[in-house]
Design a protein around this ligand. Structure first.
Ligand code: GRF
Length: 192
């Protein structure tokens, strides 16, 4: 029998600190949440975020990035074996191939620290400040073959103050990421 009947089985890919994973675990533990986190995979043996998975007794694996195809085939096997419905990327610093996205054949979501379509890729805060933007924010979007370009599911703005620097903006945006990722997942599942 399913442990959590009706809940979507989520896998989370991380590469480091795992604060977004922590916020997803917190959401999954809520009585009315629509998800259960069944699997955590990281490419980084030293990812601090693995501790959150361990603490919550979530199955977790380090799959070394010996090559993209090695990582992807091993991960795919684990995703299929665990009957994962949705894959959530949370601070996962590798780019998945079109082949992986096609073969997995279930939705993949990502959190990005900017108001997409602005500032795809890395160094988002640095670029937003340099361009004297009045706002930044975070976006949850579907992952497609084109980097940071899939359908936007949820977005929230934050004001960039004159006094902000890269670190203060990063902190503000991260707080928003933690807030909107669970909301976006719930919205996404509700609209499936
Ligand atoms: C987040 O800001 C995410 O948007 C970016 O990397 C950071 C990961 O943080 N891609 P964490 O590992 O979830 O703490």
């Amino acid at each position: 029998m399913e442990k959590y009947p009706g809940k979507k089985k989520i896998a989370v890919f991380i590469s480091g600190r795992g604060s977004n994973l922590k916020s997803l675990i917190k959401y999954s533990n809520k009585k009315n949440s629509l998800i259960t986190i069944s699997l955590v995979i990281t490419n980084n043996p030293n990812a601090k975020g693995l501790e959150y998975a361990e603490k919550s007794k979530i199955k977790n694996y380090v799959v070394k990035f010996k090559s993209k195809s090695f990582f992807e085939s091993q991960s795919l096997r684990l995703l299929k074996k665990n009957g994962i419905d949705i894959l959530c990327l949370a601070g996962f610093m590798k780019i998945l191939s079109g082949n992986f996205i096609k073969k997995f054949s279930q939705p993949i979501l990502n959190v990005h620290p900017s108001l997409l379509p602005k500032y795809r890729g890395l160094d988002t805060h640095e670029r937003a400040i340099k361009n004297k933007e009045n706002f930044s924010g975070a976006t949850i979007h579907k992952v497609t073959q084109k980097l940071d370009s899939g359908k936007i599911i949820f977005q929230k703005k934050v004001k960039i103050l004159k006094s902000d620097n890269i670190n203060s903006l990063k902190k503000k945006v991260l707080k928003i990421e933690h807030e909107i990722y669970p909301k976006a997942i719930a919205k996404f599942i509700t609209n499936l």
